[in-house]
Design a protein around this ligand. Structure first.
Ligand code: 4AD
Ligand code: MG
Length: 429
């Protein structure tokens, strides 16, 4: 019977077949251990000279790393074995004996591994990260679904910019120009007016010119948006969503976090409410360490790190100056130089994980901002319609999935958080 490694606990003392690949092998005297992986886990298969068929014992020495195999044997519970079970082999079927697999169990440089991403994904840490990614996506979706948000995805081919024109990827669209979406937000605002509470989740694209550990050119964004949701509500939603995700990942993916040597207490100690500070207060924190920082400037990665260091938890920074934020941000009625915007800065130097805020809901103010940003007014007629027909306060945010995964996994660079990263000058494999 074909059984997945993660289900072995239900088959103790039974004869099963595991189908997978040779992860590694060890020998000790008259025993051979074949470590087999099947995507759900790794199990050790034991061949003892004298106890198993001699031909079988000899086969073990000829199989190379990443060969595809089907191993049949008896499941034995063994506390010392990785995963708590081992297989006493009775039969080995070699589907393909792989020669010269390029990623041996020793350490390799990132320059060596990146072009081998299609194979690197088989390694233990990468495997753990992908499983955590999957769990996080499920946790976020379930959280929003349970709160009555409707998943209404937004187009990837768009006629205009959402997040400024400097990072647009232009593509030909028959005899017109189109751009790959930088954010689903503007369309989210339309679906929120139709459905109340919505979210979109998909790939977004930014032609980033900088090579940093936080930037991809193709990344996934989760964007909830709701009608009648104002700044405080936006922060509360983000906070609850982050906490629900952490709880779920820690509960279901502890072995993967352990594989990554993540200090889990850094996650479990995070509690509600997250600190909420104004941009002005954040500037004061930054200036204590970096007196040359000018009030009114946007924060860069080093400044976000300084803000993040102050707190052992994510922190909300709100009321940024309007001039450093996108055209759609609602201006603060109490001080129009400020916007009702909010970013969530992660702890441990992970920087901005969430960006969002309240949207400008006044038709005339919005048109003024579109003109000030030199955006093509014709392309935004439909967006302006939302302010003509039943405008209301509304808002939401975008969570960068890969940056959030990097934080949860405790890994330095976002390139390992997505199966096939796209970065400045990197599109292979
Ligand atoms: O702050 P951003 O630009 O916000 C928006 O796009 C809003 N329209 C979203 C909304 O309100 N619905 O991007 C949101 C998040 C950032 O906080 C960051 O986590 C991530 O997206 N992000 C990137 N992640 C990886 N690589 C990049 N180049 C990223 N740019 C932004
Ligand atoms: Mg932002």
């Amino acid at each position: 019977m074909h059984v997945y490694i993660e289900d072995l606990c239900d088959h103790v003392d039974q004869i099963v077949t595991i189908k997978g690949w040779l992860y590694n092998k060890r020998s000790s005297g008259k025993i051979r251990f074949l470590l087999l992986r099947d995507g759900t886990g790794i199990v050790q298969t034991v061949l003892a000279q004298g106890e198993c068929d001699r031909a079988l014992f000899l086969i073990a020495d000829t199989i190379n790393q990443e060969s595809s195999l089907a191993i049949t044997g008896k499941v034995r519970r063994d506390k010392r074995a990785p995963g708590g079970h081992e297989i006493i082999a009775q039969k080995i079927k070699i589907i393909q004996n792989a020669e010269g697999y390029p990623i041996t169990p020793k350490e390799h440089s990132i320059e060596y591994l990146l072009p081998l991403r299609h194979l690197w994904l088989r390694s233990k840490n990468q495997h753990a990260i992908m499983r955590i990614r999957h769990e996080m996506i499920k946790a976020f979706r379930d959280f929003l679904d349970e709160r009555g948000f409707i998943n209404a995805d937004c187009p990837i081919l768009t006629p205009a910019a959402c997040e400024g024109t400097t990072t647009l990827f232009e593509v030909g669209y028959y005899d017109q120009k189109a751009y790959l979406s930088q954010s689903g937000q503007l369309y989210n605002e339309a679906t929120a007016a139709a459905l109340g509470k919505v979210y979109c989740f998909g790939p977004t694209f930014r032609a980033e010119k900088s090579k940093t550990r936080k930037h991809l050119t193709e990344f996934w964004m989760l964007e909830p948006e709701a009608a009648y949701l104002e700044l405080d509500g936006i922060m509360e939603l983000a906070e609850d969503m982050i906490l629900a995700m952490i709880e779920r990942v820690v509960k279901n993916r502890e072995p993967e976090l352990t594989t990554l040597e993540r200090d889990i207490t850094k996650l479990t100690t995070i509690k509600k409410p997250f600190p909420r500070i104004t941009y002005k207060e954040a500037v004061a924190i930054v200036q204590r360490k970096e007196p040359s920082f000018t009030t009114g400037d946007d924060f860069g990665a080093p400044h976000e790190a300084i803000i993040g260091e102050q707190f052992n938890t994510p922190v909300f920074v709100h009321h940024y100056p309007a001039h450093i934020k996108a055209f759609y941000m609602k201006q603060d009625p109490a001080d129009t130089s400020l916007s009702l915007s909010v970013d969530m800065i992660g702890p441990e130097g992970y920087g901005e994980l969430i960006g969002g805020g309240q949207r400008e809901d006044d038709h005339d103010v919005l048109i003024k901002h579109i003109r000030e940003h030199n955006l093509p007014e014709e392309a935004f007629q439909w967006y302006l319609d939302l302010r003509k027909y039943g405008t209301c306060p509304h808002g939401g945010f975008g969570l960068g999935l890969e940056r959030t995964i990097a934080w949860i996994c405790g890994i330095k660079h976002v390139r390992e958080t997505i199966p096939f990263p796209r970065m400045l000058d990197k599109i292979y494999p």
